[in-house]
Design a protein around this ligand. Sequence first.
Ligand SMILES: [Zn+2]
Ligand SMILES: [Zn+2]
Length: 155
Amino acid sequence: MPNDWKLPWEGGCLCGSIRFLVSAPPLLTLACHCSWCQKRSASAFSPVISLPGSGFGITRGQPEAGWTPSEHRHFFCPRCKNWLFLAVSGADIVNLRATMLDEHRWFAPYAEIFAQNRLPWVSTAARHSFSGMPDARTFESLMQSFALEGARPAS
Ligand SMILES: [Zn+2]
Ligand SMILES: [Zn+2]
């Protein structure tokens, strides 16, 4: 599979204190409709890009971990308080908020999770929909098909 992801990608928070670089292809893109994501994002759902930890690096500033009810660590800009990404517990995976990328118009959620909690008027066009959190095997197969047919940055 050729690298048609137009890497690296740059991004940052609203105020610019935090900047980061993505240097590896994403593993999966998601829309998460869970109530925690609705709270954190102050929005209908969270747009997620799952990245291998080795392909994500902070190039400016120091994100701060915030309080969370989940086992994952969520990181924010200490100045503008933007929610930037989470470090998945027990895995070398970073779930980046897609709209933190400078160029994010290509983003489309390949799957949506916690659809049971989706606001009635929301439609994401995700190819796969799960009422809750898929199991590890399902995520594996989603990642395999995403690598072949997931949305990519336009040329
Ligand atoms: Zn969520
Ligand atoms: Zn900021």
